[in-house]
Design a protein around this ligand. Structure first.
Ligand code: IVH
Length: 653
């Protein structure tokens, strides 16, 4: 970088941050910003006399916006220096060891959300303040009080600031976006934006509905006398704050690297988004001695993970017709490696979203992919447009069967029950894991069987023979025989799988189990009253079952004759025990698989439910327990750890 390039880079960074913080409309990804920022930082390191006053490295705070009252933090909220690789870690360690040799480290995930400072005085929560510029933030106490994992009072009378990250779990994020889509609203780009947006609502009831979670990571002003950060944090958790997953202490470079590698490998498995690992010197006296630079503490660093947001180009927009006829637009993008996975497709949700974001063919866009977050386009870089972008027109006819689409506003639907796409997708669904789980009957094979005219409905699957299959291209003896065996093995399946495989609208795996347990094969003859009397079956679901049976009873009985699904057993009466006839919810990671624990409790006569309500008797939680735990605490449902539950069952089993 020469001086001219340096000046251009500073101007570019300032433009990026203006759009990011002030306009709430980023021009690029964090990754692109960070890379340029570090180049500028390096240039400045070698040319100390040339540092521009308006360089973003000289800016201590961030922007604060209008709307909420402002409030000062009692002590400053710092931000962290970033490192990206082992080399960066080595350099940081060398620097840090120069300040003090006798130190150890405290590592924990870096949560991707919004930072929050909580001030407690006399044991009461008096203020909740966003980070703002580090000195002054927005006063959002009312909203903060709706977060269930923020204690309103604590057993600690001296004034204390507790700092942490407010996050939205990934499953909750997808749920919120699904609901917003249904209601014709714009989706949130990522869980971080969703968390920050939810915190800064002018109406607290909106914040309350978002299931935000507060994860404490540090302490501001305090009168504690702990020697180690790890001990101080234990004390914070004991005051009623939620323990974030997976913090550990360690000694040296090798151990930090090992913890980092595991955390990076497992990042998709966490309930919340992580963007790195934070390393902190564990000895508090050493922290105090090391102090701060203008921007960052010297005793801590953020070891970032590879980015999950990347820039790519929209090459095409294709339409998918699902088994229920809903037409979903999907973007085909220039293949892009995101954290080790090549992304080629991104959901566009629905046509309103395309209009709202104004996505055009050949647009440069930012895409997000992370574990269970579905790859999606979160932003169009409109300032990058040249003359080659082509707007996308909303279809009027089914791309597969050409019948006219029903335009329901947000959703477009193909209403032709015999549309090839609908039929093929319902066969694929029938064979999928949560249904009949038929090995060797994936998308490609179903399509081949369908297009060869061998299988026009799921019933036809069971008329396949070796001769018929061998006549198809690509079907050798072994592959054909395996498929026939898998189809044979599907016979005698559990009854709930049979119900689930029918693909009744609004009836998923859980409802199929409920129907199976309550009615078995009698589910084709039940009344609406009987249906809604089951826990978890509402009006809409009941109507859907009745309508499905009305139209398809004959096919259901025929399929049942072929498959002979097992009627659910009448349960043997369990001996008296604390869980008998109780409704139990499981959450978090336990030492055994969830299904093993579920089976054991069911043997004791417990009913396992998937959501916490007033009717729940026990919540059994493992590590990294999510919003179910908060809800259970809120409803005063008895919460047991896995060990506590096991102790209660020891005498009986
Ligand atoms: S410690 C001294 N620990 O990352 C600075 N921060 O740039 C205290 N963050 O603003 C930060 N998870 O909002 C720390 N486990 C964690 C964190 C964490 C997320 C955020 C925090 C902070 C930013 C650091």
């Amino acid at each position: 970088m020469n001086v001219q390039e340096y000046k251009t880079a500073v101007a570019q960074l300032n433009l990026y941050s203006y759009h990011y913080y002030v306009m709430d409309n980023p021009l690029t990804t964090d990754e692109v910003y960070d890379k340029l920022y570090h180049e500028v930082l390096e240039y400045e390191h070698n040319h100390k006399n040339e540092i521009l006053k308006n360089s973003p490295t000289q800016r201590v705070g961030e922007f604060i916006s209008e709307g909420f009252a402002k409030a000062s933090h009692l002590s400053r909220m710092w931000s962290l220096e970033d490192i990206f690789d082992a080399d960066g870690l080595q350099k940081w360690l060398t620097k840090t060891y120069k300040l003090d040799k006798n130190i150890s480290f405290y590592c924990e995930p870096k949560f991707d959300g919004a930072s929050l400072n909580l001030i407690y005085k006399n044991g009461e929560l008096t203020q909740g303040i966003t980070r703002g510029d580090g000195e002054v933030g927005e006063l959002i106490t009312q909203n903060v009080k709706t977060i269930r994992s923020v204690p309103l009072s604590i057993e600690h009378k001296q004034t204390i600031e507790i700092r942490g990250e407010v996050v939205i779990f990934k499953d909750e994020f997808e749920k919120i976006n699904k609901k917003r889509l249904k209601e014709g609203e714009a989706v949130f780009a990522n869980p971080r934006n969703a968390a920050a947006g939810s915190l800064r609502q002018l109406d607290s009831s909106v914040t309350a509905s978002r299931n935000l979670v507060f994860l404490p990571y540090g302490i501001g002003i305090n009168a504690l006398e702990y020697k180690l950060l790890s001990e101080a944090m234990e004390y914070i958790y004991s005051l009623g704050f939620r323990r974030p997953p997976n913090s550990s202490t360690c000694q040296d470079f090798e151990q930090i690297e090992a913890i980092y590698e595991v955390m990076k490998r497992d990042r998709d498995g966490y309930s919340m988004m992580l963007d790195g690992m934070v390393i902190k010197v564990n000895e508090i006296s050493a922290q105090i001695d090391m102090g701060y630079t203008v921007k960052n503490p010297r005793f801590s660093v953020a070891y970032k993970f590879p980015a999950v947001e990347k820039i790519t180009t929209v090459k095409n927009i294709v339409l998918q017709v699902g088994r229920s006829g809903v037409v979903t637009p999907v973007a085909l993008v220039e293949p892009t490696d995101i954290d080790g996975v090549v992304v080629e497709r991104a959901t566009l949700h629905n046509f309103d979203e395309i209009d709202r974001k104004d996505i055009r063919l050949n647009d440069k866009v930012i895409i997000l992919r992370s574990g269970d977050v579905i790859p999606k386009i979160i932003k169009v870089l409109t300032h990058e447009r040249d003359a080659t972008q082509v707007p996308f027109t909303r279809p009027t006819h089914c791309p597969v069967c050409s019948s006219e689409l029903l335009d329901e506003g947000v959703l477009l639907k193909c209403q032709n029950l015999e549309c090839n796409a609908r039929v093929v997708n319902s066969i694929i669904y029938f064979a999928s894991k949560p249904c009949l789980n038929i090995d060797g009957l994936g998308n490609k094979i179903v399509e081949a069987l369908f297009h060869a005219g061998l299988v026009k409905s799921v019933v036809d699957l069971f008329d396949l023979t070796l001769d018929k299959l061998l006549a198809l291209e690509g079907f050798k003896e072994k592959k054909s025989q395996n498929l026939l065996n898998s189809l044979e093995n599907a016979k005698g399946c559990e009854y709930w799988r049979f119900i689930n495989s029918l693909g009744i609208e609004h009836i998923g795996e859980v409802a199929s189990k409920t129907l199976s347990e309550n009615f078995g094969s009698g589910f084709v003859d039940v009344s609406k009253e009987q249906l809604v009397a089951c826990e978890g079956i509402g009006e809409e679901m009941a109507e859907s079952v009745l309508e499905f049976v009305r139209v398809n009873k004959e096919t259901v009985l025929k399929l049942q004759g072929i498959l002979q699904p097992k009627e659910p057993l009448q349960k043997i009466e369990a001996k008296e025990n604390p869980f008998k006839a109780k409704t139990v919810v499981l959450t978090g990671t336990m030492s055994q698989s969830r299904s093993e624990i579920k089976e054991m409790l069911e043997e004791l006569g417990a009913k396992i439910s998937s959501s916490v309500s007033k009717k729940t008797d026990y919540l059994i939680y493992g590590e990294d327990a999510g919003s179910k735990y908060d809800k259970a605490m809120d409803l005063s449902v008895k919460c047991l750890t896995e060990d506590e539950m096991k102790k209660m069952t020891v005498e009986i089993l």
